[in-house]
Write a protein that binds this ligand. Structure first.
Ligand SMILES: Cc1cc2nc3c(=O)[nH]c(=O)nc-3n(C[C@H](O)[C@H](O)[C@H](O)COP(=O)(O)OP(=O)(O)OC[C@H]3O[C@@H](n4cnc5c(N)ncnc54)[C@H](O)[C@@H]3O)c2cc1C
Length: 279
């Protein structure tokens, strides 16, 4: 029997890899994370979690930080191109776990909180280590990284995202349905406090379908599906500024039904008045 240096080698320090590592470390297992990126990725991506995910994060010991950095999202509205409401989905109040049924969050903030918690528990996080290969010998898996090192573990878990190296090396098939469109994503930090009503909205305008959603902590992401063939010409600061003009109500569907008002509205108290369970 060969002695492994660590119990579990986790590939990838995204939300999945970090959460798994924390839950394992809390149960006394030695965990090593191998992460390709030398620094955390700074831009927002995922923005929503439900109450059951809140409960998992609470079990991982980050309940207090999550409550401070997320925002309950009661209403999700779908409108047509003229601004008429087609669907108004309500997920109001708390779920059985005590967490809001629906919450918005900022992924880079969550990852900082998770990474700090993992480090506090003694998880060995090795950034700048891209996994390129692995091989299994009896009860040890030897995981090779692009800097020529090898980490031996009893288990290997691939948490390396959509283009997973681990999945590819294992030969696990993936069905690609070929759904691909160019989207222009604009993340905005507002100078002035504003109340968004609703917090999340889909504009089902066939000419330019658009999503506007909260990223919590006053950061709001607007996502526009571009009708043009390529997003490249749009991917410039000037174009981003003009798209960010949606917050000054420059688009027709916002002129008819503005999404936000200055935060003199009592709804502004919504976030601070929310209750969260103790971590
Ligand atoms: C532009 C964009 C917008 C998005 N918008 C939304 C949204 O609005 N709502 C939503 O729910 N989700 C959104 N997502 C998806 C969301 O970010 C992912 O679902 C989520 O990050 C998945 O978490 P994960 O931990 O599984 O993987 P990831 O967060 O992808 O983490 C995987 C990690 O593995 C690392 N890695 C990969 N290969 C290797 C390797 N060979 N060796 C070592 N490390 C490796 C990567 O660097 C990465 O840090 C978006 C994603 C992107 C890119």
């Amino acid at each position: 029997m060969t002695a492994a240096a660590t119990d579990v080698v986790v590939v990838g320090s995204g939300p999945v890899g970090l959460t798994l590592s924390i839950l394992l470390a809390q149960r006394g297992h030695a965990v090593t994370i191998l992460e390709r990126q030398p620094e955390p990725y700074p831009l927002p991506r995922a923005v929503h979690f439900d109450h059951e995910v809140g409960r998992i994060f609470q079990a991982a010991g980050i309940g207090a930080e999550l409550a401070e950095t997320s925002e309950p999202a009661d209403i999700y509205e779908w409108r047509n191109g003229e601004g008429t409401t087609l669907l108004r989905l309500g997920r109001v109040g708390l779920g059985a776990s005590g967490w809001p049924l629906s919450s918005m969050f900022h992924q880079p903030t969550l990852e900082v909180v998770l990474e700090r918690r993992a480090a506090d528990l003694g998880v060995d996080i090795r950034r700048g280590s891209a996994v390129v290969d692995f091989s299994q010998h009896h009860d040890v898996v030897a995981v090779a990284t692009d800097d020529g090192r090898v980490v031996d573990g009893r288990y290997l878990v691939g948490c390396d995202g959509a283009n997973s190296t681990v999945r590819t090396l294992l030969g696990v098939p993936m069905t690609e349905l070929g759904f691909f469109y160019d989207w222009l994503i604009v993340d905005v930090v507002l100078h002035d406090d504003r109340v968004f009503e609703p917090l999340n909205v889909q504009i089902c305008d066939p000419a330019r379908p658009t999503t506007v959603s909260s990223g919590a902590a006053s950061i709001t992401a607007a996502v526009t599906l571009v009708a043009e063939r390529t997003a490249r010409p749009l991917n410039s600061p000037m174009r981003a500024i003009s798209v960010a003009g949606i917050f000054s109500f420059s688009l027709p569907w916002l002129k008819s039904r503005p999404l936000c008002t200055p935060s003199t509205n009592p709804i502004a108290m919504k976030k601070s008045a929310s209750t969260f369970p103790n971590p």
